[in-house]
Design a protein around this ligand. Sequence first.
Ligand SMILES: Cc1ncc(COP(=O)(O)O)c(C=O)c1O
Length: 400
Amino acid sequence: MSFLSATLSRVKPSPTIAVTNKARELKAAGRDVIGLGAGEPDFDTPQSIKDAAVRAIAEGKTKYTAVDGIPELKQAICEKFKRDNDLDYTPAQVTVNSGGKQTLYNALTATLNPGDEVIIPAPYWVSYPDMVLLAGGTPVAVEASLETNFKLTPEQLEAAITDKTKWFIFNSPSNPTGAGYSRSELKALTDVLLRHPHVWVMTDDMYEHLAYDGFEFATPAQVEPALYDRTLTCNGVSKAYAMTGWRIGYAAGPEPLIAAMRKVQSQSTSNPCSVSQYAALEALTGPQDFLAANNEIFVRRRNLVVSMLSEIDGLTCPVPEGAFYVYPSIAGLIGKTTPAGTKIVDDESFATALLEEADVAVVFGAAFGLSPNFRVSYATSDEALKEACTRIQRFCASLR
Ligand SMILES: Cc1ncc(COP(=O)(O)O)c(C=O)c1O
């Protein structure tokens, strides 16, 4: 019998972290690898935010805080939800956590019983199904298709709901596809949910501010106010404010759920880092102009990557509305063989050969629950992206 828990044995380590580590290892061994695996902006945290953290340290704000966030930050989060999403929340409805990851983890741990199902549109962010498993629930992945630009249809959602469904996890713009649901696409999904009052919505709005070409972000409780009482609206500062290392995520929802999440956090990590909370306070209340400036850079990179990958025979690359990912299909390359003699049988063998034979690290689609695709993160310099896409073009052209 294993010393480890049966629950843990069902959980996979994060494949995105594995790819990043593998690329790092090869680089350390002297290979000129370009990593397109990382899910974080290459920008530095804005100076005003760093200054706020330094001030917090100088002022001795280095002790335990309230378990799920300092009052000033909770107030700033309420104002953010009003300003950006037209949602009214009180500080008692807000929780602050060590990264968006902990927000979701707390919510799932606080609510799932064995047998409870959680609907997760695929392709999905790698952690959703494994977090559901860790919390004792059953993930139910529903595959969206390339034809709908990786967006779930209302019919698919309707068909996936059972008596056991507890949560529907929604993520727009999405990791790994960058797909963003328009207000009307989202409304079609919330209409389905209205018919099933036992299903709650966990919306992961982490990429809210990373939206391009005039795409208008919308979130479920805003589009359908009747869902407000059963929606947990999750967000965080990691991606938009280039603050991945600071570990601050947050959410707002019904008070009893927030209290239950606080209980989980009080017996696990306690408060998120005090200094990071003051930095997040500055992020949410300080100047926001760098968001638009960063988006200009991201949209240029997205266009560069989509146009270079679209030139490749056998590869299909939809144009995403947001985030910093593209998710091309390699359906047209399956069955071919690389110059070193590797047969491309699926997206995993494609990504492995691309790394070994062309020095480009990407994450294979099976990790996100939809094949045959791969994820490119374009949160890296234009030069690196150009070189990486040139290598991918050459690699694909060399397949026989
Ligand atoms: C969709 C999505 N949600 C949540 C997170 C977690 O963010 P954090 O780093 O704040 O835990 C990520 C990070 O990759 C993400 O892509």
